[in-house]
Design a protein around this ligand. Structure first.
Ligand code: IVH
Length: 687
């Protein structure tokens, strides 16, 4: 009885104390959660002031103290970690693929215009329906557009534009961008659009680092930004220091907004970086032109790249009145600056030897800054090109970047000649091995298969991004390793681990970078067949052909056993390609190389089964003005599904897609009896 009583009392005590401990814990967790919220608030506010408003409000020490305390609490109470925590910025989230995202409102872009006449026409068109229209003028940021979705003020999703209707989910990378608020200053459900970009300073830093690591350099900040958001591991984007400039609300009326100016103001209030110091307002063409001139002058000193001016009608009533064509908004337009051209002096014409032995003359000039990077050489293609341009060493030449990526010599400034310039003369012997060059059509070739230049170029091609994608094995490193005797042939790449200790000793290397390089070499062994086929450097087998062949034959052994006739029957493989493949795969040296690579563990099977390449093997030609898409957009959509888009109609063309006012391609298609689709049919087929 006594014992029973004691047990009862003990149980009451136990229940009571357990309840007490639970209540105590709940209160404690509540407090911790509050403290974390406060820290997040302080850090996020300070970040916005620093990264968006350029106005630091706390010291670095204070920032670090808050940040470290937050990390400590998040480690101790991982269940309390918040979705707007600034610790997300360091990256670390890894996704295994990019989920598709359907945009609620299509992400369109504007039509481009290039000169004053087109500005006048645009203004006239607007004034027909909106006589009192005024415009906002904004720098056209040169990055990639992104859509950020906030629920209750918290960032829940970020996506790329994609084809305008469907983009890709890049939330894990966008979370790392310090100028993207993870939580807005108001608890709104809102979609914000703007440009993801890389500043000029971050771009220089990023490329310097890539050069140090022997990686391929990015051609410009836009490519660098695009390459960074398309990474599965967000640590890479976090390191690249991307930025975000907000410029557009797809549904402004929901927030009581009446003008584009007010949209920009709200964006700033919500905590976004906007171009409020550079944006302008125009009442008419004169204002627009002087804004463009003015911004053009400021352009070189801006911290980011811009490629034009975006004009939008300011009043949302006007915007609604003007509406859209099937393809683009009528209420805005993008004026593009002319491609930047800079003058420099031609110092030397240097001949290089490609992996096929082709000799290319290259212009080597005093380094100049053009369209986002410093360049010092451009191809001069071949002898005829040099003679046509009459290019001479010592000439003043103008340079621009074709398609904003590849430098080209636009013009020789003959009026600036002094008489000391040296006439162009084609060489007769290989600059590397001195073999007599052989002319085939417009080009000269070194036919010595042991020529070191050809070997080095072959190795560079093998390791490059589109082929085996071996990070850390860029041009300079391959040249050095070749000259030092570490890599003399493709197989040697996969035997590099035997020299690990020697490599670690080399200047500029260390254990970490050598380990990274060896890992990247090891990973490349798993590439799908098309990569290694392209990498081998078979003449006439480019990226697309390699894909077609890999998909058709599945393994290298099947391909080795295929006859030339059989190869020619594959869509898109003509006689020249088939002959070249057969020749390569009948040469015992090449077969030995393939056997060696197999023994070293390289995969020679096609792995990308199930990819969406339903249009593979089809060739399209586009003509006329399309309604819904720009031509390059539709081209991209078709190419993503494996189709080829060419500019001329031949018997091999699968179909011609015809828009408004088609050109002679339409007539030719009719004549040849090629299938003709209008845009709607074509889109149905794509679907
Ligand atoms: S507004 C309906 N504003 O340039 C288009 N776009 O064609 C709404 N861009 O693809 C976009 N700076 O990526 C807008 N201040 C700006 C911009 C801008 C750059 C890009 C955008 C779009 C293209 C315009």
């Amino acid at each position: 009885m006594y014992t029973e009583c004691i047990i009862k009392k003990f149980n009451i005590f136990k229940t009571f104390s357990l309840k007490f401990v639970t209540i105590f814990m709940v209160i404690r967790m509540d407090n911790v959660s509050k403290i974390m919220d406060e820290l997040i608030e302080k850090i996020n506010k300070a970040s916005i002031e620093y990264y968006v408003n350029d106005n630091p409000t706390i010291t670095d020490q204070e920032y670090d103290d808050y940040y470290n305390e937050l990390i400590r609490l998040e480690k101790k109470y991982p269940e309390l970690k918040k979705s707007n925590s600034p610790t997300l910025r360091v990256g670390g989230k890894v996704v295994d693929k990019f989920e598709k995202v359907t945009h609620d409102t299509p992400m369109l872009s504007f039509d481009d215009i290039f000169n004053e006449d087109e500005i006048v026409l645009f203004d006239e068109r607007i004034r027909k329906s909106c006589p009192n229209a005024s415009y906002t003028l904004e720098p056209k940021m040169d990055g990639l557009s992104g859509s950020l979705l906030y629920k209750n003020g918290v960032l829940v999703r970020a996506a790329t534009r994609g084809d305008g209707l469907i983009g890709e989910n890049i939330t894990h990378n966008v979370e790392t961008i310090k100028s993207v608020p993870l939580k807005l200053n108001k608890a709104l459900d809102i979609e914000v659009r703007g440009e993801i970009y890389m500043s000029k300073a971050s771009f220089e830093k990023c490329n310097k680092e890539r050069e140090k690591n022997g990686e391929n350099l990015f051609a410009n900040p836009r490519n660098a930004a695009a390459g960074s958001v398309r990474q599965l591991d967000s640590k890479i984007a976090a390191k690249r220091n991307l930025d975000f400039m907000a410029y557009f609300l797809p549904n402004p009326e929901k927030y009581g907004i009446k003008t584009q100016e007010e949209s920009l103001k709200l964006l700033k209030e919500l905590g976004f970086k906007t171009n409020y110091k550079l944006n302008g307002i125009a009442k008419g063409v004169n204002d627009i032109i002087s804004y463009i001139d003015d911004l053009g002058k400021k352009r070189p000193d801006l911290p980011f790249e811009i490629d034009g001016v975006v004009l939008k009608v300011n009043s949302l009533d006007d915007e609604a009145k003007l509406g859209f064509t099937e393809r683009v908004p009528r209420w805005g337009i993008a004026y593009k600056f002319p491609a930047e051209e800079v003058l420099t002096t031609l110092k030397e014409i240097k001949f290089t030897v490609g992996r096929t032995g082709k000799i290319t003359p290259n212009a080597i000039f005093s380094p100049v800054h053009v369209a986002g990077s410093i360049v010092s050489k451009a191809t001069l293609h071949n002898e005829d090109y040099c003679l046509d341009k009459d290019v001479r060493v010592g000439d003043v030449i103008s340079i621009r970047k074709a398609g904003d990526v590849i430098p080209e010599v636009v013009e020789v400034k003959k009026e600036r000649r002094t008489g000391n310039e040296v006439l162009f003369k084609m060489i007769e012997n290989c600059p590397m091995c001195a073999s007599k060059l052989v002319k085939e059509d417009a080009n000269y070739f070194c036919k010595n298969s042991l020529c070191p230049a050809r070997k080095i170029e072959g190795l560079i091609h093998f390791a490059s991004r589109d082929t085996m994608n071996i990070d850390g094995l860029g041009e300079r490193i391959i040249e050095d390793f070749y000259n030092m005797g570490f890599i003399k042939s493709i197989s040697d790449i996969y035997l590099l681990s035997n020299h690990k200790e020697d490599l670690i000793e080399l200047e500029g290397f260390g254990e970490k970078s050598v380990n990274n390089l060896l890992n990247s070499i090891e990973n490349s062994k798993n590439n799908s067949l098309e990569k290694v086929l392209f990498a081998l450097g078979i003449r006439h087998v480019g990226k697309k052909t390699a894909k077609i062949i890999a998909k058709r034959y599945k393994t290298i052994d099947n391909l080795i056993n295929a006859s030339e006739e059989e190869l020619t029957s594959v869509n898109d493989i003509g006689e020249i390609i088939a002959k070249s493949i057969k020749k390569y795969l009948s040469d015992s040296n090449n077969l030995n190389l393939i056997e060696d690579l197999k023994k070293l563990g390289l995969n020679f099977e096609y792995k990308n089964e199930g990819e969406d390449d339903k249009l593979s093997g089809m060739t399209f030609v586009l003509t006329g003005t399309l309604e819904k898409y720009k031509r390059d957009e539709l081209t991209k959509i078709l190419e993503n599904k494996g189709a080829k888009v060419t500019s001329s109609v031949t018997k091999k063309t699968s179909a011609v897609i015809v828009g408004d006012k088609p050109g002679s391609k339409y007539d030719k298609a009719l004549k040849l009896g090629i299938t003709i689709y209008n845009e709607k049919d074509a889109l149905n087929i794509i679907k």
